[in-house]
Design a protein around this ligand. Structure first.
Ligand code: DX5
Ligand code: ZN
Length: 225
């Protein structure tokens, strides 16, 4: 069975001095989404983009804007990031006491709701709210920085979640974020992922458009488990 997947280049790895050109490049590529990492220097030990920058990137992008909130108190910011243009809004399981309520609030605004889990968090903790989530983002590195090494034990987590989603006939997407490259994409897809985030692998390559094309060629040979 041939299967499709979504590629979401992470703008965190782009050249910030040429943000418009980088987004233009993604617009012209075969990638489906634009992944935007928001960091607050509190939930993660790094700072990245705030609301005004997300707004201008969303305006420039013709791809679905996938905003990954690595912030404390996501409840206080979901509306602002949605107004700024986020279509998929992913908050962290570890950053809220109210996953179900937050997911419902995101959907009520008209956005898609995603929940991300850190490497130490068992994916089973989200099984009771899968119906309320459009996406589960499984972190395959510790959040906060691009360019880290993929944690291979994540593959098992992906398969556990994919089995649950398929058994219950749900449409929840599985996104894998961190250390994804051409060298491991096929394995990750075979484990059951639907969405691959790739930062350094795309933006630090010599020819990002060609790299994206190579990623998209993988789907032709990839199979679900
Ligand atoms: C990590 C971020 C990732 C990051 C991925 O905290 O959530 O989205 O940009 O970058 P790479 O692909 O370089 O690991
Ligand atoms: Zn991310």
């Amino acid at each position: 069975m041939e299967r499709k997947f979504i590629l979401a280049p992470s703008i965190l790895a782009a050249d910030f001095g040429q943000l418009n050109q980088e987004i233009d490049m993604i617009n012209q590529s075969e990638a489906e989404w634009l992944h935007v990492d928001v960091m607050d220097g509190h939930f993660v030990p790094n700072l990245s983009f705030g609301i005004p920058l997300v707004k201008s990137m969303a305006k420039a992008s013709n791809k679905l804007v996938d905003v990954h909130l690595m912030i404390s108190n996501p409840e206080s910011y979901i509306h602002k990031y949605h107004e700024a243009g986020a279509e998929m809004l992913t908050f962290h399981y570890e950053a809220t006491d109210h996953v179900h309520s937050l997911a419902q609030q995101i959907r009520a605004m008209g956005a898609k709701a995603g929940c991300a889990i850190n490497p130490h968090t068992p994916v089973e903790l989200l099984f009771d709210v899968l119906e309320d989530l459009d996406m589960v983002c499984i972190m395959s590195v510790n959040p906060g920085f691009g360019g880290q090494k993929f944690i291979y034990r994540t593959l098992n987590k992906i398969t556990r979640l994919r089995n649950e989603i398929d058994q219950r006939n749900l449409s929840t997407l599985i996104e894998i974020d961190g250390g994804v490259g051409l060298h491991n994409a096929e394995k990750i897809l075979q484990a059951g992922a639907h969405v691959l985030v790739a930062g350094s692998a795309v933006f630090k390559s010599d020819d990002p458009i060609a790299t994206i094309r190579k990623f998209k060629e993988i789907e032709k040979n990839s199979y679900t488990v």
